[in-house]
Ligand binder design. Sequence first.
Ligand SMILES: *Cc1c(COP(=O)(O)O)cnc(C)c1O
Length: 377
Amino acid sequence: MKINFNVPPYVDTAIGYIEECVKAQKICGDGAYTKKCNEWFEKKTGTAKCLLATSCTHATELAAILCDIQPGDEVILPSYTFVSTANAFVLRGATPVFVDIRPDTMNIDEQKIEDAITPKTKAIVPVHYAGVGCEMDTIMDIAKRHNLYVVEDAAQGVMATYKGKALGSIGDFGAYSFHETKNYSMGEGGALLIKDPKAAERAEIIREKGTDRAKYFRGQVDKYTWVDLGSSYLPSDMNAAYLYSQLEVADRINDDRRASWDHYFGRLTPLKDAGRVELPYVPQECIHNAHMFYIKCKDIEERSKLIDHLKANDILSVFHYIPLHTAPEGKKIGRFHGTDEYTTKESERLLRLPMFYGLKSDEVDLICDKVTEFYAE
Ligand SMILES: *Cc1c(COP(=O)(O)O)cnc(C)c1O
């Protein structure tokens, strides 16, 4: 029995919905399924506007344009994240300023943000790692006092909350990912959540190549034209149909992942109590979505050996994110504010175990047996 690290989510209504799009010859962007997805997220998150996009990367680029990021501006973000969190702002000429993470959640350390602010700072970009919310009250308070935008990278945060609020709906903008490795997928795709209806109007234009085409389709203008910066951020309605099939059973998918997560946590607690591994921490004010299950080994050598041990038993485990400030492009254009106390050290210890919709209970048992066996040796 081989256990993959990830299996993309699939719900069997998807094929019928896609067929419907194809037969109706409605496969371009902003069709019926795109609208259904947008409305589903607006209702679920209580956000003024949701716009489906071609990726979380693109949704974040859209947010960077909406923040009016200019060359020379600075944005504050963790170094322990995916490249897109930085790239979206770098494309507009901004300098990424990296701040250390908290070792308990792997999220940006909210206590270290304020010291990194300069007159050039335009935005704070918290990343909700593993679907566990950042300390958003503190971050929103800092942003308010310094007049900064908050763009949440909520790529991993769909269906998770902080103090009852949906991740992605707390800042000015929030970006979701529907990549095949995420909890809900459309192959490639994402969405932007927008708090301010005025910004939503502009977002619609930027997403439609800088034209007021959306207004034209609604009959609000009698011809459409070039009115702003823009690009092409609309996904095909076929992809939206694939996603919508999962949104209809979003709780079922979430419950299934949470059950696997709880099972892992219970089975590995003895190793934690014995001081052999560390397990994820979820602050009381956060409800997570079981986006990933990770453990922390003693160090990078132990992690490499554990990966090999699991692989020898046909179990695929992975680590990720070489801290951006240590990567070639990050070194060239970014800077780390303060000291890297935890970013590098913690990232080298973290190992992600298989986690996907449909992972079986006996598979989790087997994985935990093999991890336990490794530490018994
Ligand atoms: C997956 C991910 C992204 C990128 O998502 P895409 O939809 O592939 O562009 C960005 N940030 C984080 C934290 C992610 O996990």
